[in-house]
Write a protein of this length. Structure first.
Ligand SMILES: Cc1cc2nc3c(=O)[nH]c(=O)nc-3n(C[C@H](O)[C@H](O)[C@H](O)COP(=O)(O)OP(=O)(O)OC[C@H]3O[C@@H](n4cnc5c(N)ncnc54)[C@H](O)[C@@H]3O)c2cc1C
Lengths: 397, 353
């Protein structure tokens, strides 16, 4: 175990810091959270800047125009960009953090050449079409049907909770290609262009009043067979690869952002009066901040372990489920603590705080954290995974 | 950065684990309750394996490893419920040869001394230094310990003892760290026992581990343990980065325990030292809570059997209870972290390197 960064890693960090210092002041103000055109421009524009400066896809293979470096440098990249307040990955989340990594491991050379460089340049926004109205936790029971017709799959069905579905260009789509096989063995992973005829996208309003996710309807949509990733009916395995990234490493900058929020809590505590003094002087509140810090520091250490595993094996280990389960819980406690301090002020949302991907200010954050134990597999499902796959307890069925 | 165990570290864990399974099986461990917690023969086997000289440099006859490794070894000892004044004997290795040595902070009033029948000496830490009190100087009044594997005795007034060195904050940090390693091991042992029972015990015609209430409890036990383990390993690495291997000159800094004579220093020390304090206190909180919660959950998973002397669940929990009120309460450690982040809220993002 060595937590120290190597000389190259430190050189990378210093160079990155220098670059960030130069460009961040030139960015201007982030767009209004309801202005999707401007948000797309902002998120993809930042991705393009990263690409031009050689900071896109830090640990992706260099043949696609990425940096071709290590997961540790990716970690450093996330740490530094979050610390210095650079734009969040935003709507590039799916592309950068789980669709891209899945393609790197599972796609054909043609598919990689087609999509990876475009993802890196911010030319393609991706979304995830896994969940369906009747297949959420029980994802493998999904019923969106794909029938082979020559060189095409003809897809009919419905997806739901598709984050950024209304702005995405491509979708990582799970479809059923064999009705007869056991449910896990009849699924296929497809790359679906979102502009094909027969696709209809309807935004859904979230608890925060914005429209981060959508319903997506497929009516005899013709998707070329060459868009298939992995074998026909082998899509469940490919989806597990996607999940290992989604649960394993995709939350790194989230955690770092949360640690910044905890630092803000110190300020809130100091500026909130309580019993003739400040909330910071209240032992209970100050200690809870100390404890939360200990837990975030530990999650950060756990993240470093997961990243080190990825560095050795190419894929994050199952520790990702532990991280996700624990993180959702601690962050809820932090939001509740903020509200104990804010009292009546906790009714007021800050201007433009509707960005559910980061939780904006503390009040918006309290809403956002509700989704952390639901999205990417609920906490109950994470507990099942830990119980069955890690601890070897008997399956329910 | 590579924050996974190296091959050597894996081999070290396996070696200690084999030693524990071979020489400290649970019947042997339970038997140690009848001889004050330590059997000299077994203790010297631990010493011969290098358990207590792990961080002593090789040219001084030690194993020459770092604190990260010491943490791994103590984790295994905790997992196997090995009793005895393990922390004190390791810390004392630098100054006292071949002995069974207790270690405690000097309380204001009467002291509860652990393993009073078997220790040769007691190291006492107070605001003026580290002191050696010979066991023969102690007049011990018997007391019954909640933990059969942590016998205690009352001592009205700890003798001042012989001064071994000036006050050394590093000693306190190391004690906190090793104590946390034992607690992570306890959390692991308790979880393993619970999972094994959940697989085997049947009710309503199926293994109880198939019921989600039990399965999810086990998953939560594992999560607590894993998060605490990550914190512990990180703390061990930070100790090695800031101290270097071996028992180094003290890095200075501050620490305070309530109910005893050590108080808060007002210097925050340098950046590296802050990182150390924060990592060690963080590991301490998470490890102690994981051991306590996993011990309780282990009892619960066993049902009525969990409330019996026969099942080992209580031994994990009681040891956790014995280890927690040492070297500062969890509240004090939370204060310590809060004071650091309060002084430098964004400190987390400046890694060592
Ligand atoms: C903000 C957000 C963004 C999302 N983005 C996407 C996206 O981009 N793409 C996508 O495909 N999906 C997305 N999802 C969907 C998400 O993955 C699902 O909501 C999730 O998997 C749960 O499925 P469900 O909503 O159908 O709930 P259900 O499966 O109906 O679950 C309802 C409740 O029952 C519990 N439950 C279900 N089964 C079990 C069981 N076996 N044991 C114990 N408890 C059980 C659940 O834990 C939950 O509490 C998103 C969700 C959110 C909230």
């Amino acid at each position: 175990m060595d937590i120290r960064f190597s000389a190259e890693e430190i050189a990378f960090r210093d160079e990155l810091r220098g670059w960030l210092k130069e460009v961040l002041p030139t960015l201007g103000d982030p767009p209004d959270s309801d202005d999707w055109t401007a948000r797309r421009k902002w998120d993809t524009g930042w991705q393009r800047m990263l690409y031009d400066a050689g900071y896109a896809g830090i640990n992706w293979p260099s043949e696609f125009g990425a940096r071709g470096s290590t997961p540790t440098e990716h970690l450093i990249f996330l740490e530094e960009t979050t610390r210095m307040g650079a734009p969040y990955v935003g709507m590039n989340f799916v592309g950068q953090l789980h669709a891209g990594p899945t393609l790197i491991l599972e796609a054909t050379p043609e598919q990689r050449a087609r999509h990876l460089p475009a993802m890196l340049k911010g030319e393609e926004v991706w979304c995830q079409g896994f969940s369906e109205p009747n297949a959420g936790s029980d994802l493998a029971s999904l019923s969106t049907r794909a029938i082979r017709d020559g060189d095409h799959y003809v897809v009919t069905g419905q997806k739901i909770w598709t984050s950024f579905g209304h702005v995405a260009d491509y979708c990582e789509l799970l479809v059923r290609t064999d009705q007869e096989a056991p449910k896990h063995r009849g699924i296929t992973w497809l790359i679906c262009p979102m502009d094909l005829p027969g696709i209809e996208v309807r935004p859904i309003t979230t608890v925060a009043g914005s429209s981060e996710f959508c319903e997506v309807f497929f009516d005899e949509v013709r998707i070329p067979v060459e868009n298939r990733v992995g074998d026909e009916n082998d899509g469940w395995r490919v989806a597990m690869v996607t999940f290992s990234f989604e649960r394993g490493t995709a939350f790194i900058s989230e955690l770092l952002g949360t640690m910044n929020q905890l630092a803000e809590m110190v300020d809130i505590a100091r500026n909130t009066s309580r019993n003739g003094s400040s909330a910071w002087d209240d032992d209970e509140i100050r200690r809870e901040i100390g404890r939360l810090q200990a837990e975030y520091d530990a999650l950060w250490a756990l993240t470093k372990r997961v990243v080190s595993q990825a560095q050795r094996t190419g894929m994050p280990g199952p520790g990702g489920s532990v991280f996700k389960l624990y993180y959702a819980d601690v962050k809820k406690r932090m939001a509740d603590l903020a509200h104990r301090m804010l009292e009546r002020e906790a009714l007021v949302l800050a201007e433009g705080s509707g960005d559910e991907q980061t939780g904006g200010d503390m009040v918006a954050s309290r809403l956002y954290v509700l989704s952390l134990s639901i999205a990417a597999g609920t906490s109950e499902i994470q507990r099942n995974i830990i119980g069955e796959r890690i601890l070897g307890l008997p399956k329910e069925r | 950065m590579d924050f996974e165990l190296s091959e050597d570290q894996v081999a070290l864990c396996d070696g200690i684990r084999d030693l524990c399974q071979g020489r400290f099986d649970i019947d042997t461990v339970r038997g140690l309750a009848d001889c004050g917690g330590v059997d000299r023969q077994l203790w010297s086997e631990l010493a011969d394996t290098g358990v207590f000289s792990l961080v002593v440099p090789e040219d001084e006859g030690g194993v020459g490893l770092g604190w990260a490794e010491a943490g791994l070894v103590f984790e295994q000892l905790g997992r196997a419920l090995v009793p005895g004044p393990l922390v004190g004997t390791l810390l004392a290795a630098e100054v006292i040869d071949d002995a069974v040595v207790g270690f405690m902070e000097r309380p204001y009033g009467p002291a509860l001394v652990e393993y009073p029948e078997v220790i040769d000496a007691l190291l006492v830490l107070d605001r003026n230094g580290v002191w050696r009190v010979d066991a023969s100087e102690l007049s011990v009044e018997a007391a019954q310990s909640v933990d059969p594997l942590t016998p205690v005795g009352r001592v009205d007034l700890l003798p001042q003892g012989e001064q071994l060195m000036d006050f050394c904050y590093g000693w306190a940090n190391r004690a906190v760290f090793l104590n946390s390693a034992l607690q992570v091991g306890l959390a692991t042992g308790a979880r393993e026992l619970a999972v094994a029972y959940a697989q085997e015990r049947q009710q309503f015609g199926k293994p109880i581990g198939q019921f989600q209430a039990i399965k999810h409890k086990c998953a939560d036990m594992y999560s607590r343990e894993e998060v605490a383990r990550a914190a512990l390993y990180y703390a061990g690495c930070v100790m090695d980065v800031t101290h270097g291997p071996g028992l180094p000159a003290d890095p200075g800094g501050y620490l305070y325990f309530e109910g005893c004579t050590i108080e808060l220093g007002d210097t925050l020390g340098d950046r590296e030292h802050q990182e150390l304090v924060r990592a060690v206190s963080g590991a301490r909180i998470l490890a102690a809570e994981a051991a306590d919660h996993n011990g309780k959950d282990c009892v619960q998973v066993h049902g009525g059997m969990g409330f019996t002397w026969e099942i080992d669940a209580h031994l994990y929990l009681k040891r956790a209870w014995a280890l927690t009120p040492q070297f500062g309460s969890l509240d004090r450690h939370a204060d310590r972290i809060a004071n650091l982040v309060g002084a430098d809220p964004l400190g987390h993002a400046a890694p060592l390197g």
